[in-house]
Ligand binder design. Structure first.
Ligand SMILES: *Cc1c(COP(=O)(O)O)cnc(C)c1O
Length: 368
């Protein structure tokens, strides 16, 4: 394509204040890398609106990889995916209440169940496939691996689940606990009347830190797809890029302070740039005084408290004009601020940083 026919992406009306560039090409490459490593079909987790990046767009980007289905946390999220045109399996991994089963049926989702009564109720609704949730130590959801009672086993026998799964509590840090949970999972599965066709356990760090291909039938990656690696052999490409233009610029004298609470004091003459993104945009208040942004590829620290609508950056010594673009998360030229680094600066998890980017900032999708 000739260069003159390519519009300047920065001229886009949604790129005049603060926005989130979502690199769907990188997301698809991350998913392909996980799929190649796991060697089994994926059940990509697109809960919490695709970890804050927009589930419908995430699903569009993942479709060419032909995943087994998509994972969400509620019937409402499943309904939103169906409304956006998703036709593959949609599995809800958070327990649903019996009162929600009719809605789950209406949007043809695949629930995770673990109570005998729910299994029977689902079958009575003609609900079809369901997966048995087994708790092997996370103590969050599912039937205890060592306490599958007769009522549950008889419901499983009468209405056999298509799958059974468990969830690791420390896949990113502790390989011994993973091995123990896998042994418990095997033990529980061996007590079922028949082995369900689809067993699954791995989240992103579970795939990344596995010795090789998956031992199971499906893998359930989430955060890696969105650019967060647990430091295994795979590197995740950044996907979310939070940017904001400089809307104001001032010179401070020695001893003058910045933002609420006057927690930041200029040491010598400093130049302060204001960008129109604050905690209401998902740029978390925990980054006050400790976050860094990139301006023209150079790091610039957050000066003082992040406010609801604006954040101040110390741009002393970096060329800066009103209208310049600061990168609060993601790539700026050769420099990158990963979600893991930004989150760590604020004492946050990368998961909560990403899922917090859901307020006011428009999302712009790039498939390059
Ligand atoms: C969220 C979730 C995942 C994905 O976890 P990541 O750490 O984001 O890869 C997998 N399985 C279950 C049950 C989950 O709730």
């Amino acid at each position: 394509m000739p260069a003159e026919s390519t519009p300047d992406p920065l001229a886009h009306p949604d790129r005049q204040r603060a926005w989130l560039d979502v690199d769907l090409g990188a997301l698809a490459r991350n998913a392909a890398a996980v799929a190649a490593r796991a060697g089994v079909p994926l059940l990509p987790m697109v809960k919490a609106d695709g970890y804050g990046l927009g589930a419908p767009a995430v699903v569009r980007a993942l479709e060419p990889l032909a995943p087994w289905g998509y994972g969400v946390a509620s019937a409402a999220e499943a309904a939103a995916l169906r409304a956006a045109g998703a036709t593959r399996r949609v599995m809800v991994l958070t327990p649903v209440l019996p009162t929600e089963l009719p809605r789950a049926r209406a949007v043809s989702l695949t629930p995770a169940l673990h109570r005998a009564g729910d299994g029977r109720a689902w079958a009575a609704l003609g609900g079809g496939a369901w997966h048995l949730a087994i708790d092997t130590g996370m103590a969050r959801a599912g039937a205890r691996w060592d306490a599958l009672d007769d009522a549950l086993l008889s419901a499983v026998g009468a209405h056999p689940p298509e799958g059974a799964f468990t969830h690791f509590h420390s896949a990113d840090t502790d390989d011994a606990s993973r091995a123990e949970q896998e042994a418990r999972f095997r033990e529980a599965v061996s007590r079922l009347p028949a082995r369900p066709p689809l067993l699954h356990a791995e989240n992103s760090p579970g795939v990344e830190r596995a010795g090789g291909a998956s031992a199971w039938d499906l893998a359930r990656p989430g955060v890696f797809l969105y650019g967060v690696s647990a430091g295994g052999v795979l590197g995740a490409e950044p996907v979310a890029h939070l940017r904001a233009r400089v809307v104001d610029l001032r010179d401070l004298r020695d001893g003058e302070t910045v933002s609420y609470g006057a927690t930041w004091t200029a040491r010598g003459a400093r130049r302060i740039a204001t960008v129109p993104a604050g905690y209401a945009d998902g740029y978390r208040r925990a980054l006050s005084g400790v976050g860094r942004a990139l301006l023209h590829g150079r790091p610039v620290p957050v000066a003082g408290r992040v406010t609801m609508d604006m954040t101040m950056l110390d741009v002393t010594g970096v060329p800066c004009a009103v209208g310049d673009v600061a990168t609060l998360l993601g790539r700026d030229g050769a420099a990158v601020l990963t979600a893991a680094e930004v989150a760590a600066a604020g004492g946050l998890s990368p998961y909560e940083l990403l899922t917090g980017l859901r307020g006011r900032v428009p999302r712009l999708y790039d498939t390059a």
